[in-house]
Design a protein. Structure first.
Length: 288
């Protein structure tokens, strides 16, 4: 159990750097370049992990439908999801993009109603109000009149990522696969989409060493290695509920990196809004 918690804390530390790494990388790469190179790195990292685990050969033993499903899921995540997320970070302050993105669990509840026919109860409604109140507080710095000064496209993209992520997880539940193998195939099949987008709308070769270094960090510690660490932690844990609660520390720790590496002014409203968001998620989780 201690090993599971250790891996969960390691996951939190790595994912806490994500918002800062995105913004720093986007100073040297556009969002299409970051998506492509980070995806390449993630694919290589996960392939190496599968090799170390002795599971790489299992990739070639799947049914044809499994590969078709993997292409479909890979087009959703990482391709569409991170395409939107990186662009949102490009347009918004890191603390805003991160906070809005953290409402994905509520979006998952909302979309589960029409897609999975799950009921939407009073607890879900209250949690939704709490979470989205927090998102509004963070986005407007607690002043509704400042909403007009926020980049609306960036905000819509950030909200859109929560819907894309929720759809991905709903579809993932319907297509049970070995998690790490499934993750590898998603990235592998998304690479042609990322490459074509980068070649057509940007440049696949015009990048700096700083930009490449940022993509390597994002590919390793946001998209690749850390997902495997988290899946391993869940597998080792006897109480996944308590383990999942640790992840809610991520956005708060992330603010430290945002402040010192991006020099963003962290507003009191951001802490208040994040507290609303996390409280809403914990309230829903405890009542379910």
């Amino acid at each position: 159990m201690n090993k599971a918690y250790g891996l969960a804390i390691l996951t939190v530390l790595f994912w806490s750097t994500s918002a800062t790494a995105f913004k720093l990388s986007l100073k040297h790469l556009d969002f299409l370049q970051l998506l492509f190179y980070a995806s390449v790195v993630s694919t290589v990292v996960i392939a190496a992990i599968l090799g170390i685990q002795g599971k790489f050969k299992e990739i070639f033993t799947l049914e044809r439908q499994d590969y078709i499903n993997s292409f479909f899921l890979g087009s959703i995540n990482p391709f569409i999801y991170y395409l939107m997320l990186f662009k949102a970070y490009d347009l918004l302050p890191a603390q805003v993009a991160q906070s809005v993105n953290y409402t994905w669990a509520i979006m998952l509840t909302l979309l589960s109603v029409p897609i999975l026919k799950h009921p939407f109860g009073k607890i879900d409604f209250i949690a939704m109000i709490i979470c989205y109140t927090g998102a509004v507080i963070v986005s407007t710095h607690g002043d509704i009149s400042s909403f007009k000064s926020l980049n609306l496209n960036g905000l819509l993209l950030a909200i859109g990522t929560t819907a894309v992520w929720a759809v991905y997880w709903i579809m993932n539940v319907r297509m049970p696969r070995e998690p790490v193998i499934g993750l590898f195939l998603n990235f592998l099949f998304s690479l042609p989409l990322s490459a074509l987008s980068c070649i057509w709308f940007s440049s696949i070769t015009d990048i700096s060493l700083k930009g490449l270094a940022g993509a390597v960090w994002v590919g390793c510690f946001e998209l690749g290695f850390t997902f495997v660490v988290w899946l391993t932690a869940l597998k080792l844990s006897k109480n996944t509920g308590k383990l999942v609660n640790i992840i809610f520390l991520t956005p708060f720790i992330s603010l430290i990196f945002i402040r010192f590496f991006l020099n963003e002014t962290i507003y009191l409203s951001t802490f208040i809004g994040l507290t609303f968001i996390i409280s809403g998620l914990l309230f829903q989780k405890a009542a379910s």
